[in-house]
Design a protein. Sequence first.
Length: 216
Amino acid sequence: LHWIYRFAIQIIVICGWSLWDSWGPCNVTCGNGQQRRRRSCNNPAPANGGTYCQGEEYDYISCTLPVCPVNGGWSSWISGACNATCGIGQQSRRRYCNTPSQANGGADCKGEEDDLISCTRSECAEQQSGNTPIVVGTVIGVLVIVILLVTFVTYAKRRWHNSKKKPDYEITDMTKVKAHIYGETHANHAYQNDQHTAEIEVTTTDNVSLLFMEFY
């Protein structure tokens, strides 16, 4: 008998790295960053239980580009003291373009650095007492105006009432003028006569009374 032996021979393949690829671009657009390159474990690739390549697949180096521009930013407002001890005053405040500060050609902060705002304290004592004369003066002024108006209206009414009592005739009508004058004169004479008669009667009565008293 012939025995035929076949032996399978397996070769353990130990892998190896390929050459490095070219460096990639810097991972930033300005300032400091990194570049990366790669190599592959395929020269040869591991086989038949061979181990993987030892070492790093990626490699890094630093890269430097022109510095980045920094735009300025405002800080919070810092307020000063109110310039009034009472009542309403003004208060200054300031902010700074340092959060962050402008640099490397960046834009500066927009807006004003200083500002004025109103501030309110407790009411001043002068203002509290000063309101009383104003109120009193206003009331007195209103009363004076009312009194003047009432006086004027009363005077106007009296003049209108007196004008109604005047004789209604024309100066050119001499007949009516004479009649009016005659009537007034006759009335005055009659009044005087009546008064004289009354005086005589009073005197006579008084004399009789005196005689009666003496006789008694």
